[in-house]
Design a protein around this ligand. Structure first.
Ligand SMILES: NC(=O)c1ccc[n+]([C@@H]2O[C@H](COP(=O)([O-])OP(=O)(O)OC[C@H]3O[C@@H](n4cnc5c(N)ncnc54)[C@H](O)[C@@H]3O)[C@@H](O)[C@H]2O)c1
Length: 402
């Protein structure tokens, strides 16, 4: 029976799905350090983690039998992806599972900022009845500028239009404009035309500090600003100065250049205590629905990979999308050098087998060839494939009845 180890309190749906696929599942609430993780991985086929468990090169080298790792989150920085790939360990994550959660929070914050709800709430909790329409606006008819029109930015575009907002967007890549959204050729153009600007760019190094005094100054006076993307993208001193001067009428910030590591650790920021500024502890994607969807999505990837060899959406292996096979199937992860496929096919032919189907994908130094053959796989064929000098990992898959 294959074994799965799930750490860090992963949503129970993951254990259910793996169990239904025939895994013996052990679930632990916390993360494990390097030594404990290495010990716990003895005999484990599939590991599930979230962001706290570090899967280092040492752990991976100590446990060469591990087949796959599920990162039940978005980021995969906690895993040594290169060493995992070199050892033939597939890594999967959940890139889209919390998109909707971030979008809903951004929408809620856009309305809260436009109505200055946070300040009204604080005042009333402090016993001050401050009923006034000054500085309060409907969002209908206002212009929202979305910087980064990817998964989150484009979905926000659709929902913001449903509220009656006009949507502009700017992306480094050519993107299909949804609904009536209009692309802007430059960030500058977007900033000058938007009353509310929201950042949804990715974490590429070039985005460090991309939004500072120059960008805030370009926005119309009394405009609103949101960042739910990455902390290092925004110069917080510049944001503070523009809020205090009144140029920026309100801001919502969910991500910070430095974030406390542990629950309860102190939080420092120059943005604390500013009027009409919403600060949240990186919770844009943190909903029970997102956690459930992450559990379902990543467990599904692990089950599919170990059952069929499909590497679709793997973050570190060449990707091929496959269904179950009704004939015999093997997958050879190998060094991406000329002639490997020809040698594989020659070995198959020498054993009198016919190739039923074959796909090859490459990624950097690795190639991944999946072959369906008519008939059982002879042990000496598998031994010959496994000992090819370019072989990294050979996996065979159970046939499924049509
Ligand atoms: N706050 C949270 O809890 C939370 C949750 C999930 C994702 N995120 C973050 O939200 C961001 C967006 O996520 P996504 O899934 O939409 O990513 P994505 O990769 O689908 O989209 C990012 C888009 O930004 C564009 N882009 C990158 N740099 C740009 C720049 N300088 N100017 C204009 N466009 C630029 C890219 O071309 C891409 O279209 C990421 O940084 C992600 O880490 C935050």
């Amino acid at each position: 029976m294959p074994r799965a180890l799930l750490l860090e309190n992963i949503d129970p749906v993951a254990a259910e799905l793996l169990g239904a696929a025939g895994y013996e599942v052990e679930s632990l609430r916390g993360a494990l350090d390097e030594a404990d993780l290495t010990a716990a991985l003895d005999g484990v086929d599939v590991l599930g983690i979230r962001s706290k468990t570090q899967v280092t090169a040492e752990v991976l080298r100590a446990r060469p039998g591990l087949a796959a790792i599920g990162a039940f989150c978005i980021g995969t920085n906690q895993i040594d992806l290169a060493t995992a790939a070199a050892g033939g360990v597939a890594v999967f994550n959940a890139p889209y599972s919390n998109t909707r959660s971030v979008v809903e929070m951004a929408l809620a914050e856009i309305i809260c900022l436009a109505r200055r709800l946070v300040d009204r709430d604080r005042a009333l909790h402090a016993g001050s009845w401050d009923k006034s329409a000054a500085g309060s606006h409907e969002v209908r008819g206002r212009t929202l500028g979305i910087v980064g029109y990817g998964n989150i930015g484009s979905q926000l575009s659709v929902l913001a239009e449903a509220l009656g907002m006009r949507v502009l967007f700017h992306d480094l890549e050519e993107k299909l404009a949804l609904g009536n959204a209009q692309p802007c050729d430059s960030l500058e153009e977007l900033l000058e035309r938007s009353e509310t600007v929201t950042l949804h760019v990715d974490g590429r190094a070039g985005n460090a500090g991309m939004f500072g005094a120059e960008q805030f100054s370009r926005m119309p006076r009394r405009s609103l600003f949101l960042n739910l993307s990455r902390g290092f993208v925004v110069d917080h001193e510049a944001l503070r100065a523009h809020v205090l001067s009144g140029h920026i009428a309100g801001a919502a910030v969910d991500v910070f250049p430095e974030e406390p590591r542990e629950q309860g650790d102190p939080f420092t920021s120059v943005l604390r205590g500013l009027p009409n500024v919403i600060l949240t502890p990186h919770i844009g994607g943190s909903t029970q629905e997102a956690q459930h969807d992450i559990g379902r999505f990543v467990a599904g990837k692990l089950v599919d990979y170990t059952a069929t060899g499909t590497t679709n959406l793997s973050v570190n292996l060449p990707t091929v999308a496959l269904h179950g096979s009704s004939v015999a199937r093997f997958a050879l992860l190998h060094r991406n050098v000329p002639g490997v496929l020809a040698r594989v096919d020659a070995l198959i032919g020498e054993h009198g087998l016919n190739v039923d189907g074959q796909v090859l994908a490459t990624r950097g130094e690795l190639g991944y060839a999946v072959t369906d053959v008519s008939g059982p796989l002879p042990a000496d064929l598998l031994a010959a494939l496994e000992t090819l000098p370019e072989a990294v990992r050979l996996t065979t898959f159970a046939r499924r009845e049509r």
